[in-house]
Design a protein around this ligand. Sequence first.
Ligand code: HEM
Length: 124
Amino acid sequence: MDLSVYERLGGSYTLARVIPHFYVRLLTDSALAGRLRGVDVGRLACRQLEFLGALMGGPPMGRDVDLAGAHRRLGITDGDFDRAVAHLAESLRAHGATAEEAEVVVECVGLFRDQIVSAPVDTA
Ligand code: HEM
């Protein structure tokens, strides 16, 4: 039986290390850090842990997620989204994911692009 990416990487044990790594990358990326100013990053990281865990084949989330509502006022561009998922892929790779596994996760997250991007044109 094929293991999910979640199981292959070591489940919540590994994801609990991937997510902080991902957030350090986001917060030290000058193109993205501004959008996280004033945000309770600890709480956000917990939500990401649940969301990405479920997306990767882990336990389903016990509640609905309003991605469009959460991101609507943030003005996230397609370029921001691409940078964020590239950081996620790097964090997964740093914790044992193969390039193919990281790509599968990036593709799954990509299904939510329209709910996260609210400013499709980069103005920078
Ligand atoms: C990689 C693609 C992304 C995914 C999968 C994602 C996922 C999520 C999730 C699951 C939530 C929680 C929603 C809820 O609880 O209902 C959230 C909220 C949020 N996200 Fe994202 N997000 C992404 C990209 C970004 C980017 C690029 C930024 C800004 C740099 C961002 C900033 C935020 C903020 C500020 C919130 C709200 C936090 C709060 O309510 O305290 N997200 N995101």
